[in-house]
Write a protein that binds this ligand. Structure first.
Ligand SMILES: C[S@@+](CC[C@H](N)C(=O)[O-])C[C@H]1O[C@@H](n2cnc3c(N)ncnc32)[C@H](O)[C@@H]1O
Length: 215
């Protein structure tokens, strides 16, 4: 397969169409959140339905390229404070409708309490607001739960397995990297790859950004 070990710079849907069926063991990504981030080549403020329709095409391609038993770890922030849209529920419903199995959600606790500036109504029940200090990693599987592989190629330690199988992951968020507004912290990806794949598996990030998954 000549797409392995490559950084392919291009539009997500055009590039994914070139990836063969049933060839990826683990997809990990964080799509643009449609919150008006300043990306060079992407409108991050689409009409919400248009945004969902676009991503639905990406989910279809993801399902197609995954091997049976392959996993899709999808990082997304919870309900925005501006519009209160439960985007993580919408993504989950889209993927389930396509036939992917919703396997779990990991809470990535970001410990960003100090940065909080929005409280709704201060000290009043009139309209208090819970500001999310976490993000989700929604995990889906294709065609059953089991990913076949050589047990000798599982390189997670017992300590790591115990820690990562508790779905509450405390990881400091990454600050801006090379001008990118929303990079993954490396530890988040380390855990997902160790927990969900064998050595030698093929991992895809279709919205690669600064390339944390590739690293
Ligand atoms: C939330 S960021 C991902 C950041 C990444 N996880 C990292 O660690 O750097 C989403 C990325 O998707 C990219 N993107 C937006 N529209 C795209 C498209 N049509 N095709 C490919 N990538 C796109 C953006 O440029 C941005 O880097």
């Amino acid at each position: 397969m000549d797409f392995e070990n490559q950084i392919i710079n291009g539009d997500v849907l055009e590039v994914m169409k070139k990836i063969p069926d049933n060839s990826i063991h683990l997809a990990i990504t964080s799509p643009p959140y449609n919150v008006g981030k300043d990306y060079d080549n992407h409108n991050d403020k689409m009409d919400y339905q248009e945004y969902l329709n676009w991503l639905n095409e990406v989910w279809k391609e993801t399902q197609r390229v995954l091997v049976p038993g392959g996993r899709f770890a999808l990082n997304i922030a919870p309900t925005g404070i501006k519009d209160f849209i439960p985007i993580h529920h919408d993504f989950t419903n889209q993927l389930r409708k396509l036939g992917m199995k919703f396997r779990t959600e990991i809470i990535w606790y970001k410990q960003t309490m100090l940065k909080r500036t929005a409280w709704g109504s201060w000290k009043s029940p009139a309209n208090p607001h819970v500001v999310p200090s976490w993000e989700y990693v929604l995990v889906f599987t294709k065609n059953g739960d089991k990913l076949f592989g050589n047990p000798k190629e599982a390189d997670i330690t017992a300590e790591e397995f115990k820690e990562f199988s508790d779905g509450f992951w405390q990881i400091q968020p990454e600050r801006q990297r090379n001008g990118h507004p929303a990079p993954f912290p490396e530890d988040l990806i380390y855990r997902l790859i160790k927990f969900y794949s064998y050595k030698g598996n093929i991992v895809l990030d279709m919205f690669g950004g600064t390339g944390t998954v590739i690293l």
